[in-house]
Design a binder for this molecule. Structure first.
Ligand code: ADP
Ligand code: ADP
Ligand code: ZN
Length: 216
């Protein structure tokens, strides 16, 4: 059982690694970006609230995000552990998560930071493709689907996220530096922070994350 956070800038490989680790460890990957995009697609109240922030590359307000996570962690499949991907992204979110966990007698086991330089991130995000149906992630050059614009796993259509255009990417990277980077120090102080070099092939990154969580 493990309760872990995948920390890292947009494009670091949180989704890619989270998917693989969730399968391997038999626990859910909880990706707040996926939850928000599903809400936007559905046209729910949450979707309406979140859309303008997401389009601008800004963070959705903390209280909205904390509410989402509070509900999601109460789902039965989260009882045996989980991988948080994209949450927390601010110190206020991390503090709220700690409070929530204390209240139910749980704690985080590890926070793994996938570290990648900005120039590589821009390249990754500008080529990222997502499956409309199952959410699987591809890259036009680094991880192309077998058939152009078609998902290998489910046959769904692949699309480029609107917020993966270069100017929005630049502001998301700046938001990471300003709002999320302070979590490094926050979790280092708790003694659960680990860093892996994310600029390696996905299999190597996966092995290093597993090492980091086993070596606690
Ligand atoms: P990436 O995979 O590129 O890191 P995500 O899919 O995690 O991006 O997030 C997409 C967008 O959703 C963010 O730019 C932000 O607007 C919003 N979002 C996702 N998670 C959070 C969060 N924990 N706090 C605030 N906003 C969030
Ligand atoms: P995040 O969830 O952190 O935003 P993703 O997992 O969506 O990141 O990865 C961003 C893009 O980079 C995707 O197109 C993905 O296929 C590609 N990618 C992920 N990991 C690697 C890697 N280790 N090397 C090269 N490309 C990668
Ligand atoms: Zn698919």
């Amino acid at each position: 059982m493990t309760r872990m956070v995948l920390l890292g800038p947009p494009g670091a490989g949180k989704g890619t690694q989270g998917q693989m680790l969730a399968e391997e460890l038999g626990i859910p990957q909880i990706a707040t970006g996926d939850i928000l995009r599903a809400a936007v697609k559905e046209g729910s109240e949450l979707g309406h609230k979140a859309k303008s922030y997401m389009d601008a590359g800004d963070l959705v307000p903390d209280e909205v995000m904390v509410g989402i996570i509070r509900d999601r962690l109460q789902e039965p499949d989260a009882a045996e552990g989980y991988i948080l991907d994209g949450f927390p992204r601010t110190v206020a979110q991390a503090e709220a998560l700690d409070d929530m966990l204390v209240a139910i007698g749980q704690k985080l086991d590890q926070v793994v930071h996938i570290d990648v330089d900005n120039e590589v991130l821009v390249e990754r995000l500008s080529g990222r493709l997502i499956c409309r149906d199952c959410g699987a992630t591809y890259h036009t050059r680094f991880n192309p689907p077998a058939k152009d614009r078609v998902c290998d796993l489910c046959g769904g259509e692949l699309f480029q996220r609107e917020d993966d255009q270069e100017d929005t990417v630049r502001s998301r990277l700046a938001v990471f530096e300003e709002r999320t980077q302070p979590l490094v120090e926050y979790y280092r102080q708790q003694g659960i922070y680990r860093k892996v070099d994310g600029d390696q092939d996905p299999e190597t990154v996966r092995a290093e994350i597993l090492q980091a969580i086993e070596g606690k």
